[in-house]
Design a protein around this ligand. Structure first.
Ligand SMILES: *Cc1c(COP(=O)(O)O)cnc(C)c1O
Length: 435
């Protein structure tokens, strides 16, 4: 059985996938990728990841593991544009909640599952705040190619996500501790047992996630937007997006790279502190590693642990920090933090003016709003927010927000349920009140 490495044995840095583009036969125009989409009979053409296969050319077509991921949409939303402070036609939402497991993670998991098959892995594993485990579990259950073991922290996981892992038959280990603890353990276990690791430390996951940007560009006729705004947790997505743009520019498929804003929750703001407050930069690869170590040492000394209602981005030590710094350099990026209250208000506005999303996703919308208020994003710039996960992942957060005394109390987006007697006249009275 083949061996899969995720990190350099010498320095511990994560590996990166690099291609010899001269040997890859690229289509003459990006329109060719879109044309494939109408061919629903070939699973590779129908996949929102693999119809761009020349842009992630690490797998022979017969090895590809696909479950129809990436059938997602870029939609303009005037209601959310108004909330964010943009011209009505300038705000776009990329709905990654429409993936088979309900989050963007399926874009990366199809690539990791493909690589797992290429090396003959029988057992796969991941640590997860919920969506990675749901995604891995559904790839395991639908294809039957490998077993799945998922490590989740205790207490924090949203019920929608936990229910998926259980229903899809993943061996589910609830570790006492948080996501960071679970990730350390799963890395140890995978190395000791030669189990295939599917966290975003796996460079092939990031290859698949590049396709989110290809679809965004496709939705805009390959006319790059001014801004991409994405929530930041382990920073796999933002890292993948930066790599996608660097490669597309090198290949001459785009002539301009959009700027990227990565949004942390205030309660889980490692990237914000390091990038915006301490000025940490990629520096062409010469990152100040000592500054990062000092930061984590202080975090541990103070006993500071990530805490946010947006559980998917509740992370202390983002594993893709260095790759994300590189992406921020590529995209002339910015990092912001938003509070849980801002996230929940933004989430309700997305729900009222779009398909809805889970709390972590709404951080992107709250972040875009903040950047417009600051004036860094102008009112007539074209902005794409990535809605990373489906609204039904975490219904508890939604119901609590709208309930009497919940976080939405007094907010314009609050939609309180009204308790009415089981009586025709009383029901009519209530309907009169709301007009
Ligand atoms: C995983 C996840 C994130 C964080 O993405 P990273 O690539 O880890 O930064 C954000 N939102 C949702 C819904 C997620 O599942």
């Amino acid at each position: 059985m083949g061996e899969a490495l995720v990190a350099c044995a010498k320095c511990g840095g994560l590996l990166d996938v690099v291609y010899d583009w001269g040997r890859v036969g690229l289509p003459s125009s990006p329109a060719a990728f879109e044309a494939r989409w109408s061919n629903r009979r070939d699973p590779l053409d129908a996949s929102g990841v693999w119809r761009f296969r020349e842009l992630l050319p690490f797998a022979p077509p017969e090895a590809v593991v696909t479950i129809g991921e990436g059938q997602t949409q870029l939609r303009s939303s005037s209601a959310v544009a108004e909330f964010v402070g943009l011209r009505p036609d300038r705000l776009f939402l990329q709905y990654e909640g429409l993936n088979p497991s309900g989050s963007f993670k399926d874009n990366g998991m199809t690539a990791a599952a493909t690589h797992a098959r290429m090396i003959g892995a029988r057992l796969t594993a991941c640590a997860s705040t919920g969506n990675t485990s749901a995604s891995l579990a559904v790839f395991g259950s639908t294809t039957g190619l490998f077993g799945t073991v998922v490590f989740v922290g205790s207490g924090k996981i949203a019920y929608g996500k936990l229910s998926q892992a259980l229903d899809y038959g993943a061996v589910t280990l609830q570790i006492e501790g948080d996501f960071d603890d679970a990730l350390i353990r799963v890395r140890e276990v995978c190395e000791a047992r030669n189990i295939y690791l599917c966290n975003s430390v796996n460079p092939f996951r990031l290859e698949g996630q590049k396709a989110i940007m290809y679809r965004v560009l496709e939705g805009l006729d390959w006319n790059p937007p001014d801004w991409i705004v994405v929530p930041g947790g382990n920073l796999g997505n933002s890292s993948a997006f930066g790599k996608a743009f660097a490669e597309l520019k090198e290949l001459g498929l785009i002539d301009r790279i959009p700027r990227m804003a990565v949004i942390n929750a205030t309660g889980a703001n490692t990237l914000y502190r390091l990038y915006e407050q301490q000025g940490l930069r990629w520096n062409g690869g010469a990152v100040d590693a000592a500054a990062i170590e000092r930061f984590y040492a202080q975090m541990d000394a103070e006993g500071r642990r990530a805490q946010t209602l947006a559980s998917a981005i509740e992370i202390n030590r983002p594993v893709n920090l260095l790759k994300c710094l590189r992406a921020l350099e590529t995209t002339d990026g910015a990092v912001r933090q938003v509070s849980d209250a801002e996230i929940l208000d933004a989430k309700a506005r997305v729900g009222a003016g779009g398909f809805g999303c889970e709390p972590a996703s709404a951080a992107a919308v709250a972040g875009a709003r903040l950047l417009v208020q600051e004036g860094l994003i102008a009112r007539d710039e074209r902005v794409v927010c990535i809605l990373t996960g489906h609204a039904l992942k975490d219904p508890q957060a939604t119901v609590e927000y709208h309930s009497p005394g919940g976080a939405g109390t007094g907010a314009r987006s609050s939609n309180r349920p009204r308790v009415v007697a089981n009586d025709f006249d009383r029901i009519m009275e209530v309907l009169e009140e709301i007009g």
